[in-house]
Design a protein around this ligand. Structure first.
Ligand SMILES: [Zn+2]
Length: 76
């Protein structure tokens, strides 16, 4: 009876290790998003993402106020 319990215990341990070995590891497809292009505000020089900037005639601004200020400064 004592050996039967020991064999059962060993079988259970072997079975647990087998289950763990068979379990497939999840594929690591944690692709980071593509880096966004950064632009510089033509008025204050702050760096900001292209999607957050306001572009006018190929020049980027960080806000509407700086676009207005840049436009006013650009006029002769
Ligand atoms: Zn600015």
């Amino acid at each position: 009876m004592k050996y039967l319990l020991l064999i059962a215990f060993v079988v259970v341990i072997w079975w647990v290790f087998k289950i763990r070995a068979v379990r497939p590891t999840p594929p690591r497809t944690k692709a980071s998003p593509a880096p966004e292009k950064m632009v510089v505000c033509a008025h204050c020089g702050v760096h900001l993402p292209l999607s957050d900037s306001i572009a006018e005639h190929g020049v980027h601004f960080c806000s509407e106020a700086h676009r207005q200020a840049g436009k006013a400064a650009g006029k002769p």
